[in-house]
Design a binder for this molecule. Structure first.
Ligand SMILES: CC(C)=CCC/C(C)=C/CC/C(C)=C/CC/C(C)=C/[C@@H]1[C@@H](COP(=O)(O)OP(=O)(O)O)[C@]1(C)CC/C=C(\C)CC/C=C(\C)CCC=C(C)C
Ligand SMILES: [Mn+2]
Length: 384
């Protein structure tokens, strides 16, 4: 199913936009009256087009850099601030931070080749530090100016002038892999959105947010994972799948943390879909599992799973050595949705957790999936 057809299928309530505009770029926003639907349709398409164009730009950029790899300018020697510690020490510091969080992604990175593993640790630490600006212990001190300073340090490290050991590892990584700075800047923009926004009108707004805070991480990861030389998938389809995986993971994270986020005054769930299910912010704060909540959550989980389905199409276009870790992360995180269902949709007071036994049992399944040859259908997602 192409990404555009997916958009049609992602509608939660089955509402059809009254505008008759091309729906292929709409990610299931719920239309209301005809004139409002016109405005929403325009706004929705522009939000989705913004994401699509960012994904396409990144894919095109990497293609261009791969073509001109021969004359790729070797970045100036990286200056390590303070005592000139070895780059290995910097990467080891990244490994420690990633291991501390011990998320599903750390387990995934352990299945990568040593070179790719440490590159992902460098990217992962930068992403974690960026996320912690909004989510971490000092989040209350965060200002837009602090994010601007963080972005300046990002530009410095991309130019080979890292600020600290963590940045030095990332600086080395982006000098070795065709990773563009734009997804990193877009992740910072996602933090700015978190600073100014604590409600999301509809899924189109939430979809844009998910791109910024998680789809971008997928775009950062593709150049490190590498694309199989014999893959017939288009660069665009691989990057779209990577962005879809990031979105699937973020939607899962949002559904897992509804109670935790509400206690911090944040509701990421689309307001129009809550209203359609007869729910309000007060119901979220009350934290009662009702039949209305179960109905609402079933639709949210169904949509999140569709983004995993979209991501699955691109995993085996990656370099063979990178498929297992990505399958493992995809399957491990998707199981969180199963656990929310098993908890009778009580994501207010119970944090869905996948048991160690289930996590370990997932690894051979992920390995088996990584061996399946990528689809060779002549879909538009495959190069002719
Ligand atoms: C093997 C593998 C998956 C490597 C990825 C390693 C990596 C770069 C991890 C960084 C993840 C991170 C900390 C991002 C910061 C922003 C953030 C927090 C994003 C949300 C993650 C949830 O993190 P966590 O579980 O710790 O939740 P809390 O913040 O503690 O509540 C996200 C939900 C999104 C993370 C997104 C990814 C890891 C992208 C995965 C996509 C790929 C690896 C591309 C695969 C390619 C194809 C073609 C499918
Ligand atoms: Mn977080």
């Amino acid at each position: 199913m192409s990404r555009f057809v997916l958009a049609e299928r992602l509608r939660v309530s089955g509402h059809r936009s009254k505008t008759g505009r091309s729906q292929k770029l709409r990610w299931c926003s719920i239309s209301s009256t005809s004139s409002a639907a016109d405005e929403e349709a325009t706004a929705a398409e522009s939000l989705v087009q913004r994401v699509n164009s960012m994904v396409l730009k990144q894919a095109a950029l990497v293609s261009e850099r791969l073509r001109s790899e021969a004359n790729l300018k070797v970045k100036p020697d990286i200056f390590l601030p303070g005592t000139l510690s070895r780059l290995d020490d910097a990467y080891d510091r990244c490994r420690e931070v990633c291991a501390e969080n011990a998320t599903n992604f750390y387990l995934g990175t352990l299945l990568l080749t040593p070179e790719r593993r440490r590159a992902m640790w460098a990217i992962g630490v930068w992403c974690r530090r960026t996320d912690d600006l909004v989510d971490g212990p000092n989040a209350s001190l965060l200002t837009p100016h602090a994010l601007d300073r963080w972005e300046s340090k990002l530009e410095e490290l991309f130019e080979g002038r890292p600020f600290d050991a963590f940045d030095a590892a990332l600086s080395d990584t982006v000098a070795k892999y065709p990773v563009d700075i734009q997804p990193f800047k877009d992740l910072i923009e996602g933090m700015r959105m978190d600073l100014r926004k604590s409600r999301y009108k509809n899924f189109d707004e939430l979809y844009l947010y998910c791109y910024h805070v998680a789809g971008t991480v997928g775009l950062m990861s593709v150049p490190v994972c590498g694309i199989a030389p014999d893959s017939r998938a288009t660069m665009e389809s691989v990057y779209s799948a990577a962005s879809a995986l990031g979105t699937a993971l973020q939607l899962t994270n949002i559904l897992m943390d509804v109670g935790e986020d509400a206690r911090r005054g944040r509701i990421y769930l689309p307001q129009d879909e809550l209203a359609q299910a007869g729910l309000s912010d007060d119901d979220i704060f009350a934290g009662k599992v009702t039949d209305k909540w179960r109905y609402f959550m079933k639709n949210q989980i169904k949509r999140a799973r569709m983004f995993y389905d979209e991501a699955e199409k691109g995993v085996n276009a990656l370099n063979t050595a990178s498929r297992w870790p990505v399958w493992a992360s995809l399957l491990l995180y998707r199981q969180i949705l199963d656990e929310i269902e098993a908890n009778d949709y009580n994501n207010f007071t119970r944090k869905a957790r996948v048991s160690k036994v289930k996590k370990l049992a997932t690894l051979p399944i992920a390995f088996a999936k990584s061996l399946i040859a990528p689809a060779r259908t002549s879909s538009p997602l495959i190069k002719e």
